[in-house]
Ligand binder design. Structure first.
Ligand code: SF4
Length: 201
């Protein structure tokens, strides 16, 4: 089968690529992630995938235009509901490219992550299948998550600490003291304690 596989990051494909090869799946990667911010983080993740491909060669199409505006237009201040739009944006683009370029099916490495909404991605994948008239190949390699981490460590790949968008970066760090001066940490904890106790109300 000729599969176009949307790749969200190097870590998520680091172990499954071997399995796909063993299973005889002719896989082409598709890096299309307008959800990754800021720009330098976007570059880091592209670079990590290219580094992985040096030791584990497979073809990949890279969409290297920084898609901040495209992403923001799609999620449109939807708060916690933004992920559905984000999945939709990436899966639709993958399905469209697959259809236009003679692939037999498409899928995504987002299905391999323990941190994503697996069922929502699956459901949106099948919606894209209907919309673009190309098979959505449902794959689940979540059991390889540990192997992905180990492979990434061994190959010294960059490992991101948040999902991708500016919102997820804020959610990741807002309750930590990262990049605070020592003398500001006490005030940070005090503020947090007050908020949690309803002191700001
Ligand atoms: S948290 Fe991740 S999946 Fe959700 S909108 Fe942000 S980048 Fe997309």
């Amino acid at each position: 089968m000729r599969l176009l596989l949307h790749i969200c990051c190097a870590v998520c494909i680091a172990a499954p690529i071997k399995k796909l090869k063993e299973n005889g799946v002719e896989t082409t990667g598709y890096f299309y992630n307008p959800n990754i911010h800021p720009f330098i983080e976007f570059r880091r993740r592209i670079k990590a995938l290219k580094v992985l491909m040096e030791s584990e060669p497979f073809e990949t199409v890279f969409c290297e235009d920084y898609g901040l505006r495209e992403y923001l237009e799609k999620v449109d201040f939807k708060g916690a509901d933004r992920c559905a739009g984000c999945y939709d944006l990436r899966l639709n683009a993958t399905a469209k490219y697959a259809k236009e370029n003679g692939f037999e099916a498409f899928s995504t490495t987002m299905l391999f992550s323990l941190h994503q909404n697996h069922e929502q991605i699956k459901s949106i994948g099948f919606d894209s299948e209907k919309e673009f008239g190309i098979k959505f190949e449902y794959l689940d390699y979540r059991h390889l998550a540990k192997d992905c981490q180990e492979a990434a460590k061994k190959k010294m790949l960059y490992k991101q600490s948040y999902c991708g968008c500016v919102f997820s970066e804020y959610e990741r760090y807002k309750d930590t003291t990262k990049h605070l001066r020592k003398q500001d940490i006490e005030a940070f904890h005090k503020r947090n304690t007050n908020v949690n106790a309803g002191g700001d109300a």
